[in-house]
Design a protein around this ligand. Structure first.
Ligand SMILES: Nc1ncnc2c1ncn2[C@@H]1O[C@H](COP(=O)(O)OP(=O)(O)OP(=O)(O)O)[C@@H](O)[C@H]1O
Length: 244
């Protein structure tokens, strides 16, 4: 039975690329309003899992439901309710920051005022007339997040949103994400920063080699395994040191 009350209900997802079983039977549920993290080292299968759940990729097996609707095949009705942070490389070419977000806003039927407000929320008002290829990595990252949030989605997906940001920009982004979550929005992010996951997430799924090894609130996982932190949890679950 699909759980219609859940933000995400993913069942036995599998995806293979040639010889690589990137996602190897992943099942998890995320409650509405939850801040959920998928964490694991490079190559664990986090991005692929997210893409399957978002409906950006077709699973070989399994299925995912978002807000009670199947994520594959994609439906425009569902797409309006979710926000997906795309890589900066997915920007429209040669537009300024403001033109980018206004374009996203127009696609989703969001107002220009809302688009400008989001630009301000991510601290890019001063850069509004700068073309996207002239933004720094962190600025482009924040613009991509603003674009994902412009239509005020109920469920937001972010793939390693703080990678490449300086410490101050990371903290600003954490505040932004907490703010979104505190208004009842569901936030799902992938990260390979264990400290970030510990600080932000209500629950985390620890992934390695295409599988979820364990799910729970960070503090519970740490306590259950008699660990000092999430890195220690990873070590105990896999027998390997966690490396970024
Ligand atoms: N399009 C693709 N074609 C072939 N192999 C892929 C593709 N995308 C991912 N893979 C492989 O699938 C595995 C899982 O990759 P994935 O990007 O999902 O992991 P990840 O946990 O998000 O890693 P990272 O933190 O490095 O982004 C890796 O071995 C990767 O090389």
């Amino acid at each position: 039975m699909i759980d219609n009350t859940a933000a995400i209900d993913a069942r036995d997802l599998r995806k293979r690329y040639g010889d690589v079983q990137a996602v190897d039977g992943v099942t998890f549920q995320v409650a509405r309003g939850e801040f959920y993290g998928i964490l694991g080292p490079n190559g664990a299968g986090k991005t692929t899992t997210l893409e399957l759940v978002e409906g950006l990729r077709q699973p070989d097996e399994g299925s995912a439901h978002l807000l009670g609707e199947p994520s594959w095949p994609r439906s425009t009705r569902l797409l309006r309710r979710i926000g997906v942070q795309l890589q900066a490389s997915a920007f429209f070419e040669k537009l300024t920051a403001r033109e980018q977000i206004h374009t996203f806003a127009a696609l989703y039927g969001a107002s220009r005022e809302r688009a400008d407000a989001m630009l301000d929320t991510v601290g890019l008002t001063e850069k509004r007339n700068v073309r996207d290829d002239k933004l720094s990595g962190g600025q482009a990252q924040r613009l991509s997040i603003a674009c994902a949030l412009v239509h005020d989605p109920e469920l937001v997906f972010l793939d390693e949103p703080t990678t490449g940001l300086d410490p101050q920009a990371r903290r600003n982004l954490w505040d932004l994400l907490r703010g979104i979550n505190s208004t009842g929005r569901t936030v799902v992010l992938t990260t390979h920063y264990m400290d970030e996951a510990e600080l932000l997430c209500d629950r985390v799924a620890i992934m390695d080699a295409g599988r979820i090894l364990r799910v729970g609130p960070p503090a519970d996982l740490i306590r259950e395994l008699g660990a000092n932190n999430l890195e220690d949890v990873f070590l105990q679950l896999t027998g390997r040191e966690y490396r970024e």
